[in-house]
Write a protein that binds this ligand. Structure first.
Ligand code: PMM
Length: 280
């Protein structure tokens, strides 16, 4: 049963209300709403990793995310912390997060893997070739799946060397990270091969640009329509990821993806929605 990870971004531009307190409040309410829609995991992040985005000081990141992590964990949610900073990872686990989601696979901050090892949390290791500011400069592959598998394999070894066994690891091929249009589709076609590496697999396609490219959006398409179309595309890629063996999918629109996964289950004759279980 593939799990749905709902995205809770706590960045100033995520919510139009402005001030930090309102941001935290709105993020908590949003997280609870995603949980009510059926999210199994809530992924809280305070630093945008989108292409071209600037780095945020870890102290500012922590000010943003910690109240949200604490409130959602206290409400009983399974919380993951989307960070590439060791200090934020540790503080978030102290506040109740159970999974550290590092899109850099432990490469951005050398202290992160040992810190997560000591914390007892699980870790999602993303495929990453360098900071968001210039990630496309490294989008150069002879065979993207072969290279993603090899580079993720090296991160699994680094995690093990730091004291995190593969059973505590989740692998993410990093859709959109250092990959251009078609390279993302090629990577998705390799999901089974990534799943065959052993650890659980997480796939994040939600609202990403390559989906828009596939949909052929007109240049003057209203942003709201673009978002709706990409959410539907995300639900489709998430079902395909589930069929290819993904343990979880990371999405903004939990309802759309949850419903799409329900439909796929009904097709298979498993129409009764069972409570999700962890695959370890
Ligand atoms: N993508 C983004 C942020 N965090 N984490 C994981 N594990 N996988 C992803 O694909 C991923 C991520 C960027 O998307 P957002 O800015 O819309 O959250």
């Amino acid at each position: 049963m593939t799990l749905v990870m709902g995205i809770v971004n706590v960045t100033p531009d995520s919510f139009s209300d402005g001030g930090r307190f309102l941001d935290a409040d709105a993020a908590i309410a949003h997280g609870l709403s995603l949980r009510a829609q059926g999210a199994d995991i809530l992924d809280v992040g305070g630093e945008s990793t989108r292409p071209g985005s600037e780095r945020v000081d870890p102290a500012v990141e922590q000010e943003r995310v910690l109240p949200v992590v604490r409130a959602l964990a206290d409400a009983g949610a399974y919380v993951s912390i989307d960070t590439i900073n060791a200090s934020t990872a540790v503080a978030a686990v102290d506040a109740g997060a159970r999974l550290v989601n590092d899109v850099s696979g432990g490469l951005a901050d050398p202290d992160l893997l040992p810190a997560v090892a000591a914390s007892g949390a699980d870790i999602a290791l993303g495929h990453w070739r360098g900071p968001s500011a210039d990630m496309y400069a490294r989008a150069d592959y002879a065979d993207v799946v072969v290279e993603v598998v090899a580079e993720l394999g090296a991160r699994v070894e680094a995690a093990a060397a730091a004291g995190i066994p593969p059973a505590r690891v989740v692998l993410d091929p990093g859709i959109g990270f250092g990959k251009r249009g078609e390279q993302n589709w090629a990577t998705l076609r390799g999901t089974e091969r990534i799943a065959a590496m052993g650890p659980r697999v997480l796939i994040g396609t939600s609202r990403k640009r390559f989906l828009g490219d596939a949909l052929g959006a007109a240049e003057d398409e209203p942003a709201e329509l673009t978002e709706r179309r990409r959410d539907l595309a995300t639900a489709v890629t998430s079902v395909l990821a589930a069929q290819a063996g993904a343990w979880a999918v990371r999405v903004h629109d939990v309802t759309a993806t949850r419903d799409a996964l329900r439909v796929a289950l009904a097709w298979k004759g498993e129409s009764r929605w069972a409570a999700p279980t962890r695959s370890r």
